[in-house]
Design a protein around this ligand. Structure first.
Ligand code: NDP
Length: 282
């Protein structure tokens, strides 16, 4: 049977369509949700991501503003900016675009964001809520993966899930979300000694390594659901972490790159922003 292609754009559009009336309802109650984006310096990929985020806000009727401090900014200067945004009542969400210049203490800056306005789910308070499985802002990319699984009605409970990658942004929160959905979860990383063997056991394989097309037929159990989070730019092309042909041949369902997980990240950011506004207005 041919593998089913999991269309991230379709799911994104569904989520955005569901958010629109929530934004309108909040606007009728007083004001639209507000998102402040902090973009330090001129990294071209970050500029592109921020433009997409601003566009998504505009399409939904979410107020957004962009702050562009120079690449030479100090941690103290950036913390002062974030603290000023923390105090602004019309700002519900604060997003600090990564990566930051090397002189900036990324962790200190992320910790400075009011956890009620942390729409990335990176603040330790929200990470703790994820660990406890309590409501709170969730990291956008793994939350998007869970939406794909849920909306395509792919069962998670009781399944063996293998997450390759253990970053704070993708791998770790992904593993926790799958765990809370009652999967039996294994986390692999660069020191895993038998990666192919571990991956072969996965009913759900999530690749979040950032290594172009490194996972292939040897890593995919026939019939597995393969979720490819990787975005790798190679010779002007965007490749995932999984060989697309191997996924198409062996998986029961898989996310393409581009067009799979990628579109969900911004949709989940919008969802976190609307939820933050709703909580603050409650
Ligand atoms: P990081 O570089 O922070 O983490 C990569 C992880 O993969 C690390 O835990 C690392 O292990 C592990 N790893 C690296 N090489 C190997 C290997 N050969 N075998 C096993 N494990 C390995 O990346 P991110 O988590 O930030 O991102 C992962 C990918 O997802 C990237 O391609 C990124 O572009 C993409 N991404 C996509 C998003 C989207 O919207 N779709 C959003 C965010 C990221 P160790 O910890 O031991 O070093």
């Amino acid at each position: 049977m041919a593998a089913k292609l999991l269309d991230g754009k379709l799911i994104r559009d569904e989520i955005l369509a569901e958010l629109r009336p929530r934004v309108e309802a909040l606007a009728l109650r007083g004001r639209a949700p507000g998102l402040a984006v902090v973009l330090v310096g001129h990294d071209p990929a970050s500029e592109l991501y921020v433009r997409s985020k601003e566009k998504a806000c505009a399409q939904l009727g979410i107020y957004s503003e962009k702050h562009t401090p120079p690449a030479s900014s100090t941690t103290a200067e950036l913390i002062a900016l974030v603290e000023s945004l923390n105090t602004r009542p019309e700002i519900d969400g604060i997003l600090v675009q990564m990566p930051l210049p090397p002189q900036v203490d990324t962790r200190a800056l992320l910790h400075a964001v009011d956890h009620a306005k942390d729409v990335d789910g990176f603040h330790p308070m929200n990470v703790g809520k994820l660990v406890e499985n309590q409501p709170g802002a969730r990291a956008c990319t793994p939350a998007g993966v869970m939406e794909i699984l849920r909306r395509y009605e792919l069962p998670v409970a009781g399944k063996r899930a293998v997450v390759v990658g253990r970053s704070d942004i993708v791998g770790k929160p992904m593993a926790l979300m799958l765990l809370h959905a009652n999967a039996t979860v294994t986390i692999c990383h660069s020191q895993t000694s038998n990666l192919a063997e571990e991956c072969q056991r996965a009913d759900i394989l999530v690749a979040a390594l950032g290594r172009p097309a490194i996972l292939g037929a040897a890593h995919i159990k026939p019939g597995a659901v393969v979720i490819d989070v990787g975005i790798n730019r190679v010779d002007g092309k965007v490749l995932g972490d999984v060989q697309a042909e191997a996924a198409a041949e062996l998986a029961s369902a898989y996310t393409p790159v581009p067009g799979g997980v990628g579109p969900l990240t911004i949709a989940m950011l919008m969802s976190n922003t609307v939820s933050a506004a709703a909580r603050r207005l409650a």
